[in-house]
Design a protein around this ligand. Sequence first.
Ligand code: FES
Length: 105
Amino acid sequence: MEQAVAELSERTDVFSAELEVALGGSTYSIAWPSDRTLVAIMQEADLNPPFSCLVGKCGACVCTVVEGEAAMDHNEVLAEDDLAENYILGCQSRPVTRRISITFD
Ligand code: FES
């Protein structure tokens, strides 16, 4: 019973953001569930995002938030200056706002 309550509350915390993402000169619109990372949902959509380590250590997945907000689970690459410029690590980022626009270009 306790587990069922926990699962229910986890589900209600998850939302689906509307993502617009620019990559390789094209722009794509896809849903971004808040319990998934940007790189994960782009891979599932066959968009081939850049990545390497997937653990927030290499910076291969760096991209820029143009509109909206994302939060990173882990970051060993970006400095305060980078964060101020709206850079994020795609492999560690989840949406915070319901609409978000990101560019890899
Ligand atoms: S893939 Fe290495 S930091 Fe994201």
